[in-house]
Design a protein around this ligand. Structure first.
Ligand SMILES: Nc1ncnc2c1ncn2[C@@H]1O[C@H](COP(=O)(O)OP(=O)(O)OP(=O)(O)O)[C@@H](O)[C@H]1O
Length: 260
């Protein structure tokens, strides 16, 4: 990757499941320090794209470079070294239900730093839990004892466990009430600045896009059909983009932003 300001570079990506082609010739650059929103209709392959970047889906064709490293066909120990440089918050939180919040946060730390002793582990976990906006008493709780919003924050605390450079978020505000969602947006934006993160954020949430995304990539027709600021996207004549950002919900999101 020649440009050091590009932390994810995807070229000619192709993914399919049997006869169903999800991506074909997909290109995308994610720039250092930005929050890139990824939008597209249901089933356009946003999650499959994220899985291709983090190595959970082997593409049929194309190249994926993350932080200057080629991600495709790497040996497990090499891939593991790259993986520790990012954190992922999956759509459902993906917490281990038999572990407490603190233990969940400690899982990646134990994997990469098995020599770290319990008191320090506990301290790191408490720090990440606080950083994610959870009260200190959330640490000993089990996921089943948490609200939806708290589960997302617990998942975020685990994603931050290894001090990542890159954060992947798959629909982080889905299922949250508007106040909870706005709080989560603020948290992400604050963390981006504080930790100098680059964020790849899949969302359907128009408020999130307007509030915190530096640029937005639009998936349609098996590709990224456009990427830019929302203002730049609005100037395009693409029917889905116009419908999405200029439809009733898109206009409502702008109106609510103006009221703030
Ligand atoms: N492991 C898999 N096996 C077969 N098909 C899959 C697999 N994973 C995803 N798909 C299919 O790929 C398509 C894209 O799925 P994906 O989850 O990436 O969509 P999405 O854009 O994230 O959708 P949504 O907005 O609804 O979450 C869907 O048709 C889905 O059924």
């Amino acid at each position: 990757m020649s440009d050091p300001n590009v932390v994810i570079q995807i070229r000619g990506l192709k993914n399919s499941f049997g006869e169903q082609v999800i991506h074909d010739g997909l290109d995308l650059d994610v720039r250092r320090g930005e929050i890139l929103g990824v939008v597209g209709g249901s089933g356009t392959g946003k999650s499959v794209l994220m899985r291709s970047i983090i190595g959970l889906q082997t593409p049929d064709d194309g190249t994926v470079e993350v932080l200057g490293e080629n991600m495709i066909g790497r040996e497990e120990d090499e891939a593991k070294n790259i993986r520790r440089r990012w954190g992922v918050l999956f759509q459902n939180g993906a917490l281990f239900s038999t572990l407490t919040v603190a233990e969940n946060v400690e899982v990646p730390i134990r994997e990469y730093f098995p020599f770290i002793k319990e008191p320090l582990l506990d301290e790191i976990a408490s720090y990440k839990i606080a950083m994610s906006g959870l009260p200190a008493n959330a640490g000993p709780k089990y996921p089943s004892e948490l609200s939806g919003g708290m589960k997302k924050r617990a998942g975020l605390a685990r994603a931050l466990a290894l001090d990542p450079e890159l954060l992947f978020l798959d629909e982080p505000t889905a299922g949250l009430d508007p106040i909870g969602a706005a709080g989560f947006d603020e948290l992400i934006e604050g963390l981006k600045h504080k930790l100098e993160l680059t964020v790849f954020l899949i969302t359907h949430d128009l408020d999130t896009l307007w509030a915190i995304c530096d640029r937005v990539a639009v998936l349609a027709d098996q590709k990224v059909v456009a990427v830019g600021t929302i203002e730049e996207l609005l100037a395009l004549d693409h029917p889905w983009i116009q419908e999405y950002f200029n439809g009733p919900r898109g206009r409502a999101a702008v109106a609510s932003l103006k009221r703030q």
